[in-house]
Ligand binder design. Structure first.
Ligand SMILES: Cc1cc2nc3c(=O)[nH]c(=O)nc-3n(C[C@H](O)[C@H](O)[C@H](O)COP(=O)(O)OP(=O)(O)OC[C@H]3O[C@@H](n4cnc5c(N)ncnc54)[C@H](O)[C@@H]3O)c2cc1C
Length: 420
């Protein structure tokens, strides 16, 4: 096997993991590099952030997922630079050469040039982020219970989510659910149901990628469960205890960031032109111009549908691209022409708190409970590789039926906001 071509896959997320799986058992030597040792099911991160699921429910060790793929080696490593001409990667320790490369290092959130806001308004991307958000939310209620000053208590009971895309909507909905239901009767001084939850969106409507009627339904569902939705509102400043919308100050001790996308900084080391979000524009076959041996997929890249519209940063796009890139690597190595990527859109969906969602499946618009059941089914179905899939479903269903989140409401002690 040592003389087989060496294919490196960077990133064990949706794109990279599916590329590695598609290369399993094929006549190539595959190295999967990731700076974490687990694949993360990001669509359920907010459930960890809001104490509905445990961290281990949505993460699977890459080694065990790929245990049977004898030609795939998993290495825990941070890739720092790509040298296209030398076909070499610089890692946190050492270097590694490739014959073909699939880059799938994903994306993070953009603070639009205000990186200093990150300390006050964490975003949700990793398990650590989810646990940190959970800690801040739960401790805000604890601090409010002990606070004598009325204004400070109100600031502790004000939760602001910035960004009205699916993540922001899901987070705001879940925060409302925690305050109105989960812990509603657990305090003696404060009334958690009076917590103020604001969702702030710079554009004209929430869930802008969905049809307008579903955006409107999502807004109404959010308002029904107690979320104040502010659209057309641009955040101009975030401090330790407030968010500013121009001259309007909203005092809030917990601010969560769910706006903007910035591709992995690894894209910048390629020396190719990037789009405004730092993503790599790719050819129809997902390779980069001038380097047919290098493929960039998932959130790190931008590819277009036949009408020229950019494909959205969604898990199914990354999964399908991972498979196409793997196939194109094999085709190229065997002297066959590569094939263009075609996205098969099976639908998009977002949840709004408990038992409500919006979805577009096969052109059909769904909302309310039926959309939520569809969402539940799809998310459980796609917890592929997670041995405890059924257990997660059961735990989750129990938490929903009983309104209990038990041990998951426990958190680490208070730290100053600026120390995180
Ligand atoms: C909170 C949240 C909710 C979401 N909800 C949905 C949803 O409901 N439905 C949906 O379809 N999509 C959802 N998405 C989007 C979806 O998760 C992404 O589109 C998808 O993860 C993209 O896959 P990827 O392989 O490009 O990147 P990722 O899945 O992000 O994987 C990137 C991998 O690369 C690794 N990595 C990064 N940099 C390096 C480096 N320098 N060296 C080594 N390894 C590196 C990371 O550790 C990670 O494992 C959500 C995303 C988030 C953050």
């Amino acid at each position: 096997m040592a003389d087989h071509p060496h294919v490196i896959v960077v990133g064990g997320g949706f794109g990279g993991l599916n590329a590695a799986r598609a290369l399993a058992g094929r006549p190539v030597r595959v190295t999967l590099l990731d700076r974490r040792n687990h694949h993360l099911f990001q669509p359920l991160l907010y459930q960890v952030a809001t104490a509905a699921l445990n961290a281990s429910d949505i993460a699977a060790p890459l080694r065990s997922v790929l245990r049977r793929a004898r030609n795939v080696t998993v290495l825990l490593a941070e890739v720092q630079r790509v040298e296209l001409a030398a076909r070499r990667l610089t890692l946190d320790r050492g270097e590694i050469d490739y014959d073909a490369l699939i880059l799938a290092a994903g994306a993070g959130h953009s603070y639009f040039g205000h990186e200093d806001w990150e300390a006050f308004a964490p975003s949700l991307k990793t398990l650590e982020d989810a646990l940190e958000i959970r800690r801040r939310v739960l401790l805000a209620y604890e601090a409010a219970e002990r606070e004598a000053d009325g204004a400070e208590q109100q600031a502790l009971l004000t939760f602001v989510v910035v960004g009205g895309g699916p993540t922001g909507v899901e987070l705001a909905g879940a925060l409302a659910e925690i305050s109105r239901q989960t812990i509603a009767r657990d305090f003696r001084v404060i009334d958690p149901t009076r917590a103020r939850i604001l969702l702030i969106e710079g554009g004209a409507r929430v869930l802008a990628a969905f049809p307008e009627s579903l955006s409107e339904r999502a807004r109404r569902s959010l308002e029904r469960i107690g979320v104040e939705v502010r659209t057309g509102a641009i955040v101009t400043r975030v401090t330790a205890d407030a968010v500013w919308l121009g001259s309007e100050q909203i005092r809030a001790r917990t601010v969560l960031w769910a706006a903007g996308v910035a591709a992995s900084p690894l894209a910048g080391t390629l020396g190719v032109p990037l789009d405004r979000a730092g993503r790599v524009p790719v050819e129809a076959d997902l390779s980069i111009p001038g380097h047919p041996e290098v493929f960039v997929i998932g959130d790190m890249s931008v590819s277009r549908d036949p009408s020229g519209a950019p494909l959205p940063g969604l898990a199914p796009v990354a999964i399908q691209q991972g498979r196409r890139a793997a196939d194109n690597v094999l085709r190229r190595l065997s002297g066959q022409p590569t094939l263009a990527f075609r996205y098969r859109d099976r639908g998009t969906m977002a949840t709004i708190g408990r038992a409500a969602a919006v979805a577009v499946i096969g052109g059909v618009q769904l909302s309310g409970l039926i959309a939520w059941l569809a969402w539940l089914f799809v998310h459980i179905l796609f917890l592929i590789g997670f041995r405890n899939r059924l257990l997660v479903l059961f735990e989750w269903a129990w938490a929903y039926v009983s309104w209990q989140r038990g041990a998951r409401l426990i958190t680490r002690p208070w730290r100053s906001r600026n120390s995180s």
